[in-house]
Write a protein that binds this ligand. Structure first.
Ligand code: PEP
Ligand code: CO
Length: 446
């Protein structure tokens, strides 16, 4: 089958696309993007597919996390380093508990476009087009800023490249050294009230590390870390322009990220997003909400992974804490009975959002944990592998989700609410989540 052109994708009536005021500027932007350098290499995408195949087989665990929506202004060295740091800290704890490799996948360096449940936003009687992410329009609530501007896609490319190069530098420069990352965790446990609960596990990890050093484990193993990037493939102009023919394999890859996913609102079986991602060779994901039937999931797998290759397709379920125990079992059971090779990952964020009385969009830490626990329990009962978690988080001390060991309250939300879209777990809540998921992984293996 030939690679679809952009016009044929638009002919499929894609959901959640910007309405650009002027076509000529879109065309010239797309032409520039087609000539822009790839952000990742196809062979790196293949490497990630291999790792995700291990997740699908129950031999590895996925940690995917980052902002709901990155912003151009938010791309600073501090912000990127803090996010990388918290993800690495979480990964160490999970690796110890799971006793299998943890695949580290940033939801960053490209996460700039947002699907919205409403096309419009009203504030104080004024109605304007909704903010669709920095890839599309401005967050500022003015008519001018909310007009979709295609030139923003070039900025997505530039800032994603900058983020990725910072990450590569931190990692190759030794920032991710396991001993250092573990020291950050012991500091968290020692210094914060929220962390003290996890002292015993941190202590065990200490002893395991001391043991490895004592037997002379290869210092490179402490130093080396794999990290990949991912985002939702939403704006077709961008994803299509970044999809390139790989000279090694003669197949197309979307080289804007290693892993790309299709959101809950754009996963129509015959829609443009499914069509585009069916034609690229990256490892891909699909978000599945509570209305997904097993037939939907099986049909999606048929289109997106016709060769049933493990690692190619990840199903990211986001049911909500109250619905996962009822809704997930039949989905997993039927997909498994159909013999499909998929990695199952839990997004415990998007089914648990509500509006606080103060008007802030928030999530309860306990609901997030309850959904992950439901996910583990369902997979345990079915004998399938809970392959990982997909989390909206930041390395900073923001106040966007309520609860957790610091007992953040609704009245605290305004102190430091910085997300331009969904509420993220802050640094401490993210580390707590990692320790709690570690306990779930441990309980599974006894
Ligand atoms: C998201 O991941 O930010 C998102 C919008 O998720 P979903 O497609 O699951 O609603
Ligand atoms: Co979100």
């Amino acid at each position: 089958m030939s690679f679809p052109d952009l016009a044929s994708l638009h002919a499929l009536n894609p959901a959640q696309q910007p309405t650009y005021p002027e076509r000529a500027l879109v065309d010239s932007t797309v032409a520039q993007l087609r000539a822009a350098r790839p952000l990742v290499f196809a062979a790196e995408c293949d490497e990630l597919t291999t790792k995700l195949a291990a997740v699908a087989r129950g031999e590895a665990f996925l940690l995917q996390g980052g902002d709901c929506a990155e912003t151009f202004a938010g791309v600073t060295a501090d912000n990127t380093r803090n996010k990388l740091r918290v993800l690495l800290q979480m990964a160490v704890v999970l690796t110890y508990a799971a006793s299998v490799p943890v695949v580290k996948l940033g939801r960053l360096a490209g996460q700039y476009a947002k699907p919205r449940s409403s096309d419009l936003e009203t504030r104080a009687g004024v109605t304007l087009p909704a903010y669709r992410g920095d890839a599309v329009n401005g967050f500022e609530f003015t008519a001018e800023s909310r007009v979709p501007d295609p030139a923003r896609l070039l900025e997505v490319h530039r800032t994603s490249a900058a983020t990725l190069s910072m990450i590569r530098a931190f990692i190759s420069g030794g920032y991710a050294d396991l001993r250092q990352v573990h020291t950050w965790n012991t500091d968290f446990v020692a210094e914060s009230a929220a962390g003290q609960r996890y002292e015993a596990m941190a202590h065990e990890i200490d002893r395991a590390m001391a043991f490895m050093e004592a037997i002379g484990a290869d210092p490179d193993e402490f130093h080396h870390v794999d990290f990949h990037i991912s985002h939702e493939a939403l704006v077709l102009e961008y994803e299509h322009a970044m999809s390139r023919l790989d000279s090694r394999t003669q197949q197309h890859y979307d080289l804007s990220g290693h892993f790309v996913w299709i959101g809950e609102r754009t996963r129509q079986l015959t829609g443009a997003h499914v069509e585009l991602l069916s034609q690229v060779r990256n490892p891909i994901g699909v978000k599945l909400g509570p209305t997904t039937t097993a037939d939907d999931a099986i049909a999606l797998a048929g289109r997106l992974n016709p060769d049933n290759e493990a690692g190619r397709l990840t199903f990211i379920t986001r049911f909500g804490a109250g619905r996962i125990r009822d809704g997930l079992p039949s989905l997993v059971e039927k997909v498994t009975a159909a013999g499909l090779q998929v990695a199952w990952v839990c997004d415990p964020m998007h089914g648990n959002t509500f509006e606080a009385s103060s008007g802030y969009k928030t999530r309860r830490f306990d609901d997030v944990i309850e959904e992950v626990q439901g996910f583990f329990d369902v997979h345990h009962e079915l004998g399938t592998w809970p392959g990982g978690v997909h989390v909206e988080l930041t390395g900073d001390d923001v106040t966007e989700c309520v609860g957790g060991g610091e007992e953040l309250l609704e009245i605290d939300l305004g102190n430091r609410y910085e997300s331009v879209c969904d509420p993220r777990l802050n640094r401490v809540q993210s580390l707590e989540l990692a320790f709690l998921v570690a306990e779930m992984l441990r309980a599974r293996s006894v």
